[in-house]
Design a protein around this ligand. Structure first.
Ligand code: BG6
Length: 524
């Protein structure tokens, strides 16, 4: 019999943490095998395998849990295991590897080498999976993970179908088969619809888990808790009280050797279509009827449906695109985008985007939602801020100038937390008002480091919970907005690029863009 990974009996148990008392943590899925396509790739080694190892450390993996790597590179089980050990030691949030946990973990690691086009490789995979079921008691439960370039998705999905691997195994039992599909899911609306059709030929929708790692972040999940688990915020969460919303995802990183991918995607596809649209729908959605996957996804999709795709003129008025030139980040000189590895020296790809959108429904009509995201900005920070309307009477401002408005900030990362800005009287004989903040920080209140988003999401997929994954209609709806923008861009000359220096807050046009509405970007 296989020992559950991470059980006592040789395996170190994390020390008891009183701050975690009362938190719901018992979520062990049934025994299963995870098959990773693209097992030698960057995402697998940086994120997926370290996530699995951390789940093992927390005793959250089921008994007999196994991993099969599937990729072209000719490796055997031992070499694959060695590579995993190195990656975990390099990228895991908890390292170095604990020998006792590792010993258990590698017992269930296998490798199948095959070209993705070769059906025989899938037959070999089927045989390996049957053997693992037999030896490690994984009961026919299978989770496939597409961690390959998207151009390989179609052939892998079709071959899984042809090899009989897509349907649940062991008819009459509870055995399940699921597939996680990485982003980018399509390149535009049409290709996303086509990919969805390919998937639907082989898998049923409830087997499909389209991953967006932002949904695995604690702070992103907390948006729902904050809004719908408390009674005091929802009554003011609407156009009567909110002047506008800003959603920002800033990164100091450049394209990190991913030139060819980035040339195809640009920031609009890399960040806006997925992560930013997810943040927007969570902030703007109506309360769901229950905390159940489809109830939540219905409401999120409804928000995206309420955003009308932009016509060509609106694209000019309501978007700004930028690209970084050379500059400095944290005092070190960095290259401009056009000089990055494998990037066209005349590239017009966007590395920065600002967009103004409207959710045209009863709650949000007329409230602008400004999105801003870019690479090579001065620092990494993501936040959602709701700026409230000024108080209707200026009692404390003799000049009649409104005091600084209230702002509620949901800080996604780093310094995860929430803060509320309001005016307070400066102690003294005069009625001076100064803005102050009330702060909540996850780290301080709970005393734990949040798990990586992939840990949460992989576990959810094993448990069959698709709440934090995107549904077909949701992905297509997000694409219809983004495709209207990229189509609009094709009709107009791009701005002169590069138009911002690495290490600055983006093109000056982006400042003018919001200032002409009488507003400013929040200082970050
Ligand atoms: C990925 C993008 O989806 O998200 C990257 O492809 C980006 O370009 C990354 O850097 C940002 O994720 P995080 O979790 O670091 O905010």
């Amino acid at each position: 019999m296989t020992l559950p990974i991470g059980t006592p009996g040789g395996v170190a148990t994390p020390a008891f943490n009183p701050l975690r008392k009362g938190l719901r943590m018992e979520r062990t899925p049934p025994p299963c095998v995870m098959v990773i396509f693209g097992a030698t790739g960057d995402l697998t080694h940086r994120k997926l395998l370290p996530a699995l190892y951390n789940l093992a450390l927390e005793h959250l993996l089921p008994e007999g849990f196994s991993v099969v790597g599937f990729a072209r590179r000719p490796l055997d089980d031992a070499k694959f295991q060695q590579g995993i050990l190195e990656s975990i030691n390099k990228f895991s949030r908890r390292r170095p590897v604990q020998p006792t946990v590792w010993e258990q973990f590698i017992k269930g690691i296998y490798y199948v080498s095959s070209d993705f086009t070769n059906l025989e490789g899938y037959q070999a995979l089927a045989a390996t999976l049957d053997k693992i079921d037999e030896e490690r008691g994984t009961q026919g439960n299978r989770l496939f993970y597409l961690s390959t370039p998207p151009s390989d998705y179609e052939i892998i999905i079709n071959n899984l179908g042809k090899a009989g691997l897509a349907k649940p195994q062991r008819p009459g039992s509870d055995a399940w088969t699921r597939i996680i599909i990485e982003k980018p899911f399509g390149h535009d609306l049409k290709s996303a619809q086509e990919l969805n059709d390919v998937v639907a030929e082989v898998f049923r929708e409830n087997q499909v888990f389209r991953i967006d790692h932002y949904l695995g972040k604690e702070t992103v999940q907390n948006i729902l808790v904050f809004r719908f688990g408390n009674s005091i915020f929802e009554p003011i969460w609407n156009r009567q009280f909110v002047d506008h919303i800003q959603i920002v995802v800033a990164e100091e990183l450049g394209v990190e050797g991913r030139g060819p991918y980035y040339e195809e995607s640009g920031t609009i596809r890399d960040m806006v279509q997925n992560h930013m649209m997810q943040l927007l729908s969570l902030v703007c959605m109506e309360p769901p009827v229950s905390y159940e996957a489809n109830a939540i996804r219905d409401e999120k999709t409804q928000v995206l449906r309420s955003i009308k795709p932009l016509d060509a003129d609106e694209v000019v008025e309501r978007t700004v695109r930028g690209q970084y030139g050379p500059g400095t980040i944290f005092g070190k000189p960095v290259l401009g985008y056009r000089h990055e590895e494998r990037v066209n020296p005349n590239s017009i790809t966007d590395t920065y985007v600002a967009i103004k959108l409207f959710v045209e429904n009863w709650r949000w009509a007329g409230v602008p939602i400004y999105l801003r995201t870019g690479k090579r900005l001065p620092k990494r920070t993501s936040e959602i801020s709701l700026q409230f309307k000024p108080a209707p009477q200026q009692l404390f401002s003799p000049s009649g100038m409104p005091l600084e408005p209230n702002v509620l900030v949901l800080q996604i990362q780093p310094n995860e937390g929430i803060s509320l800005k309001f005016g307070a009287k400066v102690p003294g004989q005069t009625m001076n008002i100064r803005p102050v903040t009330m702060d909540f920080r996850f780290g301080q209140s709970f005393g734990i480091t949040a798990a990586d988003a992939y840990e949460r999401l992989i576990l959810d997929a094993m448990l069959g919970d698709s709440t934090l994954f995107a549904r077909r209609d949701e992905v297509e709806q997000a694409w219809s907005i983004v495709t209207s923008i990229t189509d609009g861009w094709k009709l107009h000359m791009p701005p002169a690029l590069p138009n911002y220096e690495a290490g600055t807050w983006g093109p000056k046009e982006a400042d003018e863009f919001i200032q002409k509405d009488g507003r400013n970007w929040r200082r970050l």
